[in-house]
Design a protein around this ligand. Structure first.
Ligand code: HEM
Length: 424
């Protein structure tokens, strides 16, 4: 299949250089989790080579602790669906490539094993059930319309700030019933909690700690109020009144809050930005969408695959085991690279292409699989669907007018800025 793309020439050149480097570097020197590969979007040839030549690869030469990289679709599925062998528990280091730093071991249910994980997940999952999503859809549509109507015409602005962050933060404020006018605090706490030391988001560990303590104190107050009041339909109230979570330690509460803030914020936000970028890089697909807005239905899962907003999840082996012919030892870090599985040519046809009317767009790995599969996935899809329905009603085009600035992280695959212009 021939797909027309419009990638910026500077980016195409950068990728070409990365390809030469990736194919001339000895495999034992590979460190696919290096955040710079994600910041400049040159990860692709590195993962392509790993899938072909070393699909289960052990990295020992990085400035972080040794880790296995699992890069093929079916091997990732194997790890994600065998939670008795591969643990998510924070006591083993958690779900990111780097072990959780000492002092930050807030237990959240994404970083717990059974049975605690299941009990706590059940507490919040009604929030994301179809009936409740139908109610939220009305609000999401009103808000999307309001934000889109406020955008300038014929003027360059940052899509990330004006649309993606604004809409996802408004949603989060609703899910928590958080004071609406203070909602940007949620965005800040989300950024601070996932920032790497060199990302520039916080200038020191003290600053990070101070801000997250403020977060804990703020939610602590909301928790006390909700615990005293009658049960309501927001995430804090749900946790404050459920048997599985009402006696959580303050650390566990903080862990779950950060999980829900990051889960609901970074991921959907970055996909919303990606959806504009992908259509600009693929003008033929943009035309298809304008000609047939019903394609939003398949475009949404396709952009979630194309972006893969969480590039990896990590597990720790609980026993000695084998994977793809390699011997994994008890205690080893095993990183599932969803971003690579989503480009596995053995499962996904023409995987590097962005095709909004794919036949089976939902087979991607971006939401994970197994017991930790994303609890908010239907909400994320709903937000993306509605924002695009409203965009197509209003604008002929949203033009990307400069390169995106990407986040320095191999966990959150996202954007700090995307300059756009709406001709009017
Ligand atoms: C495009 C958007 C999203 C993507 C790509 C995404 C991705 C993921 C992934 C990869 C996992 C872990 C799966 C695993 O370990 O197997 C996860 C779990 C989770 N996500 Fe999402 N997510 C998105 C949106 C959301 C939203 C909107 C929310 C909530 C408001 C949310 C809340 C969570 C929670 C609470 C978990 C933990 C589930 C568990 O451990 O059982 N996510 N998500």
């Amino acid at each position: 299949m021939n797909v027309q793309t419009a990638i910026r020439p500077e980016q195409a050149e950068l990728l070409q250089q990365a390809r030469l480097e990736a194919y001339s570097t000895p495999l034992e020197d590979f460190h696919p989790g290096a955040p710079r590969l994600f910041q400049n979007d040159t990860l692709w040839p590195w993962f392509e080579r790993l899938r072909k030549e070393a699909p289960v690869h052990y990295c020992t030469k990085a400035p972080i602790e040794p880790y296995w990289s699992v890069t093929r679709y079916h091997d990732i599925m194997h790890v994600d669906t065998n939670h008795a062998i591969f643990s998510s528990d924070v006591s083993h280091g958690g779900i990111m490539i780097r072990d959780v730093a000492p002092g930050y071991e807030w237990p959240s249910f994404i970083a717990m094993d059974e049975p605690r994980h299941g009990d706590q997940r059940k507490t919040v999952s009604p929030m994301f059930m179809p009936d409740h999503l139908d109610e939220l859809a009305v609000l999401i549509r009103q808000r999307s319309a309001r934000v889109l109507d406020s955008l300038p015409r014929n003027e360059t602005f940052n899509w990330v700030e004006r649309v993606s962050i604004e809409l996802t933060t408004q949603m989060l404020a609703t899910l928590f019933d958080f004071p609406f006018e203070e909602r940007r605090k949620l965005t800040r706490w989300s950024d601070v909690s996932t920032a790497l030391p060199k990302s520039g988001i916080v200038s020191s560990e003290e600053e990070r700690r101070r801000e997250l303590e403020e977060c804990a104190a703020y939610f602590g107050r909301l928790w006390k109020e909700r615990a005293k009041a009658e049960p309501r339909n927001d995430l804090i109230s749900m946790m404050a009144h459920s048997e599985a979570t009402r006696h959580m330690t303050p650390d566990n509460l903080m862990g779950n809050l950060i999980l829900l803030i990051v889960g609901g914020n970074d991921t959907t936000r970055n996909t919303m930005t990606a959806s504009v970028l992908a259509l600009n890089e693929n003008p033929g697909e943009y035309q298809k969408l304008r000609d047939n807005p019903a394609l939003i239905e398949t475009m949404v899962p396709e952009v979630i695959r194309w972006q893969t907003p969480l590039a990896h999840m990590r597990r720790t082996a609980l026993v000695d085991t084998e994977l793809g012919g390699e011997r994994i030892k008890k205690g080893d870090r095993v990183v599932m690279w969803y971003v690579s599985g989503n480009r596995d040519e053995e499962v996904i046809e023409n995987p590097d292409a962005y095709i909004i009317d794919r036949k089976r767009p939902r087979i991607h790995l971006s939401f994970g699989f197994g017991i930790h599969r994303c609890v908010g996935m239907r909400l994320a899809e709903l937000q993306l669907r509605i924002v695009w329905e409203e965009i197509l009603k209003r604008f002929e085009r949203i033009e990307v007018v400069g390169p995106p600035k990407r986040v320095y992280s191999s966990f959150v695959r996202g954007y700090e800025t995307l300059p756009v212009r709406i001709p009017g």
